[in-house]
Design a protein around this ligand. Sequence first.
Ligand code: UN1
Length: 510
Amino acid sequence: YLIDQPEYSFLKDLGLERENPGVYSGQWQGRGSTIVSHDPGTGQPIAAVRQANVQELEQTIGLGVEAYKQWRQVPAPVRGEIVRQIGDELRKYKEPLGKLVSLEVGKIHSEGQGEVQEFIDICDYAVGLSRIYAGQVINSERADHTILEAWRPLGLVGVISAYNFPNAVFGWNAAIALTTGNTVLWKGAPSTPLVSVATTKIVSEVLRRNHLPPVITMCQGGTDVGQSLVADKRVNLVSFTGSCNTGRQVGVAVQERFGKSILELGGNNALLIDESANLKMALDAALFGCIGTSGQRCTTTRRIIVHEKLYDQFVDALVVKYQQLVSRIGHQLELNTLVGPVHAQQNVENFKTAIQDAIKEGGSLAFGGKVLSRPGYYVEPTIVTGLAHNSPVVHRETFAPIVYILKAKTLDEAIAWNNEVEQGLSSAIFTERIDQAFKWIGSQGSDCGIVNINTTTNGAEIGGAFGGEKATGGGRESGSDAWKQYCKRATITVNHSGQLACAQGVVFNV
Ligand code: UN1
């Protein structure tokens, strides 16, 4: 295991061992099957985790429900103080934890650090919010009556996160869920169990220091554990991040029992380049959008729709940029690397299938297209041109660094293509024209949850609500008023008139 080697001593700094218990419910255990986590950059084993079995999951849910009974009585700003401490603890471990995120996912060093930063940022945000989670006072039609609206916690929130953001997605959910008064049960992706364990160790230290019950619990596991979590009535809200297909099943299963869900599913995000665009900026945005995280963000730029007058110039210039990147492909922890591996062999297979389909459907490779022959899972960043806007492969999300460049005649055509895919997560336009910018963000514009101007499709900040429409699932996490999704709303009519009066002028007395 890599954990035995001196240059990986940062794993021990995080409290990890060769074999780690994968369940935290106030204490550490794990009686399910053992899973070995691998470095996607070399294929070497890092360390192992003993996952939860279904019985342990059920016990953990019970403990989370019990902890809620105590936690909901704690004033919100005091809950905020706990989250402040979690943020501070994460600051202490940012470097090794970010490095572990890089090692286990395959993302480059600065992106691993950035991911932990995103968790720290949402902690700060939630601490502030904990003092201002506000309801409202509404005018009543009846004299001396007042209508109040208040937001109450739901109970136990289940968070199922994906391998590409194994730390931050838990953070967005946990920081807001905790400060709104919920307890949290986390199941991370089966292929990033070490990030789950290390993150939970950091968090659990804060709980221990404050003599708190397990307001955060964690069960690493496979499909059996995931399905039991989703089906369990005691989990009041399931926040799921993953594919559209699994998300559809999760949504139906949770609805079946009238639970609540937040679904953060796939994206098929387009970057529109208008004739008036600032080309230098647009190219930089395309580079990070398409290749950042080796094309494995749900917000990755999958399609670039370029105005026909700029098309040739744009494609040529982007190819030059891609050429400059070739020397920057490498292991994710080498500081010079800009393009790390993809996460697993499955991503390589999906990459190959997408390239074959793209060629079958009439596309040509303007750059890349090959799997690199070296240990680990490396593919070439790839540009495909010449495909029809509605080719099946263009409408499919492939979690790999492949972008399809399309040529459009007008902004209206580009917007129609932006909107014609099933997913509706992120989108961006590069334009210097104010009329186009406002059309883009208006009701005739992008139908996505994220609608950017002159910046990338990916890399959203925590202050805004994050999520998308249509097959992306409709959920919102993180900033703005996304906190309301972790609450139930109470509408409270208070009669202070001393007499009973019905609304709508109804008379009902004897
Ligand atoms: C994801 O890929 O699941 O906006 C989340 C971004 C990041 C989050 C991506 N802040 O790209």
